[in-house]
Design a protein around this ligand. Structure first.
Ligand SMILES: [Zn+2]
Length: 337
């Protein structure tokens, strides 16, 4: 008989779906902080797939996709188990913000963005405790982790996955394989063995710490922040199901997804002038060197800058919020080699 699966104090017997709370800590007010967790413990032995969402509190398509999986997957169909943490940053989620009152520039300094504090620590602020408790439980049981995110505020894109390339080629290959199975048509590989041009630091992101523990993991960027978009929610849920199929946790074919584009480096393209930057290309387009990516208009409506592609590239995301300061991002792009 297969053993129960225990996450914190929450335990699910063989063939059971159990919802519970994973204790994290207590505020000065005495208010306790928990992570909601759903365990779907299959009837047969097999790997544990962990689906996480909402490290950033306004990235809700992932939460809704995780909840859909929690509702709709049947433990009787599962070989192994599925663990779901739909709201991994309950503080920011409750405030309806990307970062909670403890993060960003508020209390604990810029480095306290939950997305960038892993492995966390128990002698830190509540955000660091959340990261610590989550990662510790993941490390005990998970064979792979899907981490749902959404595009940053003001950014337009199509679903894509972000993976990292590590010196360890075996785990790098497996991460690429599950990102491909997930089904996004763009896979952004961040090569941690090289210098990166990323909008934020990546070395303390959850998937990096998972990989260090030998657990393949990737980030799936699925839709806009601050919205509930049925198309992207369904896509994200199906993507996680594809990963479960890859590991044999669910039965069925994994889509080949051979036409996915892999970007091997990414770059932030910035404007020089203040103004309104209007994108001239869409997301996930191939663009030749010299093509105008964005036109910047001054206060009088004159074009003061044409921001051109510095090389042949693919667009990843473009801002739909046009108001820019000089030096701000007007396109996020990548190249396939
Ligand atoms: Zn995020």
């Amino acid at each position: 008989m297969k053993k129960p699966l225990q996450i914190g104090t929450v335990a699910a017997a063989c063939g059971e779906r159990v919802k519970g709370k994973l204790f994290v800590g207590e505020f000065s007010t005495g208010t306790e902080v928990y992570l909601p967790v759903v365990i779907l413990n299959g009837a047969q032995d097999g790997p544990v797939i962990w689906v996480n969402a909402c490290v950033h509190g306004n990235e809700l398509n992932g939460t809704l996709a995780a909840q859909k999986l929690a509702r709709e997957l049947d433990p009787r169909d599962i070989r192994g188990a599925v663990v779901i943490t739909p709201i991994s940053n309950p503080l920011a989620y409750r405030e309806k913000k990307r970062l909670s009152f403890l993060e960003g520039n508020y209390g604990m300094g810029e480095n306290c963005n939950m997305g960038e504090v892993f492995p966390g620590r128990m002698d830190g602020c509540m955000t660091e405790k959340l990261a610590f408790v989550l990662l510790e439980e993941i490390k005990k049981v998970a064979a792979a982790v899907v981490d749902f995110h959404c595009w940053g505020y003001g950014q337009e894109s199509k679903p894509y996955t972000v993976i990292k390339k590590y010196p360890d080629e075996k785990i790098s290959r497996e991460i690429f394989a599950i990102a491909k199975a997930f089904g996004s048509k763009m896979i952004c590989t961040l090569d941690l063995t090289r210098k990166l041009d990323e909008p934020s630091p990546v070395d303390r992101q959850m998937d990096v710490l998972c990989a260090e523990a030998g657990i393949p993991s990737f980030m799936a960027e699925t839709g806009h922040s601050e919205r509930a978009e049925p198309e992207y929610i369904d896509f994200a849920a199906q993507g996680a199901i594809n990963v479960m199929k890859y590991y044999g946790v669910l039965e069925g074919e994994v889509p080949a997804n051979d036409d996915a584009i892999e970007l091997k480096s990414r770059y932030v393209i910035r404007c020089k002038h203040d103004g309104l930057a209007i994108a001239q290309v869409g997301p996930h387009e191939f663009v030749k060197k010299g093509t105008v990516l964005s036109l910047v208009y001054n206060a009088y409506g004159d074009v003061v800058e044409e921001v051109r592609a510095p090389f042949d590239l693919y667009t990843v995301s473009l801002p739909y919020m046009p108001n820019v300061n000089g030096g701000e991002r007007v396109a996020f792009v990548g190249i396939a080699e």
